[in-house]
Design a protein around this ligand. Sequence first.
Ligand SMILES: *[C@@H]1O[C@H](CO)[C@@H](O)[C@H](O)[C@H]1NC(C)=O
Ligand SMILES: *[C@@H]1O[C@H](CO)[C@@H](O)[C@H](O)[C@H]1NC(C)=O
Ligand SMILES: *[C@@H]1O[C@H](CO)[C@@H](O)[C@H](O)[C@H]1NC(C)=O
Ligand SMILES: *[C@@H]1O[C@H](CO)[C@@H](O)[C@H](O)[C@H]1NC(C)=O
Ligand SMILES: *[C@@H]1O[C@H](CO)[C@@H](O)[C@H](O)[C@H]1NC(C)=O
Length: 340
Amino acid sequence: MSFLHSSFRIRPLQLVLVLIHMIMKPTRPGRRRFIVSSFCFIVFLCILASINEVRFDSLLKFGRCALSSIPSQSSNSSSNNFLATNSSSDQIRILIGILTLPDHYHKRHFLRLIYGTQSPVGAKIDLKFVFCNLTKEDQTILVALEIMRYDDIIILNCKENMNKGKTYTYFSSLPDLFNSSDGPSPPYHYVLKADDDTYFRLSNLVESLRPLPREDLYYGYVIPCPSMDPFVHYMSGMGYLISWDIVEWIRESEIPKNHLEGPEDKVFGDWIREGHRAKNRYNAKWSMYNFPEPPTRCTHELWPDTIAVHLLKTQEKWIRTLQYFNVTKSLKPSKLYHIP
Ligand SMILES: *[C@@H]1O[C@H](CO)[C@@H](O)[C@H](O)[C@H]1NC(C)=O
Ligand SMILES: *[C@@H]1O[C@H](CO)[C@@H](O)[C@H](O)[C@H]1NC(C)=O
Ligand SMILES: *[C@@H]1O[C@H](CO)[C@@H](O)[C@H](O)[C@H]1NC(C)=O
Ligand SMILES: *[C@@H]1O[C@H](CO)[C@@H](O)[C@H](O)[C@H]1NC(C)=O
Ligand SMILES: *[C@@H]1O[C@H](CO)[C@@H](O)[C@H](O)[C@H]1NC(C)=O
């Protein structure tokens, strides 16, 4: 990389020297004017080249930051470099917050596997586990160790609860948590709230978001199950997504603040209605659905065009889902193991 840069610099420099040499020689005035303007042009080119170099470097840094948020084994592999040079401004930035409990260590371990092995193209996705204040002594050690290793946990200033405002605390805390002047603005285009028994297929999620507006958006699985109209009720708590401007509205408005109790997804829908937010809505049904069993009006069989499967309450349901989507197909062959 540095070799390329330096060779790029030397060439204009040599040209400049040659030109200076020519200017020193006595020449006709017309020719001199030509040379002087060429000289200016080349100086301009040099400045441009150095600016581009700076830009390119910061782009690389940005790419590395994006990557470092995903736990990975080594940071020098060629695939990382590929991703690093490919981070561009049209990348969709998504924060996925999985609301869970401090003691659910195994669940977090499992979900890190599920999401750490997905690599959607054209998006920067940060996954965070979200819970309220720690309450036990062992948590202060174990959760701190997890943070040291994975740095993917947000501890909100609240007491654990399901339907007494944890979702409000989550969304309303984000603008302060991610308020930094050196990152991109907004820090994320979209923020997703997900349950820990929902499986999101990130590539499909990203593809579904690509054509959608990045403002005033409310996205999810419309409740009640038979309804296909996102403008009537609300999105299921299995996982709904909003644009960053709505996150900021939640922080500032009095409407959510005064209405915290109740089923969190329904309450969220009430805020949106009362606040006249989300003129853009997207119903991701039937790419989002409940696991096929037990059969209800909220589900159907597993099928390829899937963004999320919900109610994965048992290991068996997770395994059947992961098998169906061939998640281990890209396992690389090696002498070190044999998996039938
Ligand atoms: C990564 O590469 C840099 C230089 O390119 C080197 O200094 C560093 O030790 C490498 N890190 C690993 C983990 O290989
Ligand atoms: C970046 O990724 C896109 C796919 O989103 C791909 O088409 C493009 O070739 C990549 N660019 C570079 C420089 O690798
Ligand atoms: C959560 O913990 C912080 C720091 O220990 C404390 O200041 C805050 O009062 C706690 N919040 C609740 C709701 O318990
Ligand atoms: C973010 O920080 C800036 C300056 O540090 C401050 O002016 C602004 O109000 C903050 N925004 C939020 C949402 O906290
Ligand atoms: C999984 O792999 C099988 C066998 O290659 C294929 O038939 C099936 O369509 C794949 N399923 C999905 C959801 O891609």
